[in-house]
Ligand binder design. Sequence first.
Ligand code: SF4
Length: 370
Amino acid sequence: MTAVSAPGDTPDMNALAEQIKAWGRELGFQQLGISDVDLADHERYLERWLAAGYHGEMGFMAKHGTKRTRPAELVPGTLRVISVRLDYLPAEVETTKVLGQPQTAYVSRYATGRDYHKLMRKRLATLAKWMEAEVGAFGYRAFVDSAPVMERALARKAGLGWFGKNAMLLNPRAGSLFFLGELYTDLPLPVDAPFESDHCGSCSACRSACPTGAIVEDRVVDARACISYLTIELHGAIPERYREAMGNRVFGCDDCQLVCPFTRFTRASREADFAPRHDLDRASLVALFAWSEEEFLEKTAGSPIRRIGYARWLRNLAVGLGNAPWSEAVEAALWARLAYPSDLVREHVRWALARQREKRQELIAVSRKP
Ligand code: SF4
């Protein structure tokens, strides 16, 4: 281990930065980088994105003013941000195969296991404690999706990757299936070189693959059309024009990442917390739709799915069932929810039943053809 400082000496920031990176690896992060806090370019991008209304109901994206783009306004005294990357794709989990099985529910692969926030925050807190033991008390705060933080912009500045045309942060050796976390600090650490190159080239596979056409320009996503937004952030009815395109995606969507050529570099996560629970990587739509509210609360405890609540869970599954091939089991599952005490759920169930009836009629018509 490099000696950062002798007792009473001013800490050597270069040695500390190296030590922090070694600690990051020891804590299980795949990558760690350090940036300054100048996000002026991204502030302009965010202003344009908000002005276009692309954030939809996500009022929290607009409500913090410049705290999101000026880290020192969020945490006074912040000079540097330590960004970390943690890969999440569990080993032996199917992705595109499940998307091709319309009777099976597709849950975004970051959400089939336990929630990542606690795990990452704990590790960032440990990192801060180790730093404190080395250099004495210093100012810091750890974030994992928990505050207005431009996590991808900071990670790009810290050298962790570039912005793909799908607006995700892409790493040339790891793809984009990873979580990001940040430690804001007042230590004047040396910064890493930002990731300047763009490896997308002439590829636009993500834009073509988006089921709802949500990537309106390179690196610009209209969240209002994005299936992740529709199934997780949106509180009300899912606009009918998007329902068919949602297919079997009932919580989030990974399509723009799965088609990306860099996704083949994804390394399976070794984190036990991210292993799928309750068959959420392979369960049928009918099986999940049959969960009672008690089962939902019990099985999604400690899962990112919990935050959408039972009614929106049923709403999303109803859309998936409407898109599934006709079967008696699917129709019966929908009929069983037709009187569910929520206007939101009932409206989506009626829509799904109408779709199922159309499919049944089509099957009957085909069977009668000579
Ligand atoms: S699919 Fe192609 S264009 Fe989209 S992020 Fe990946 S490399 Fe870039």
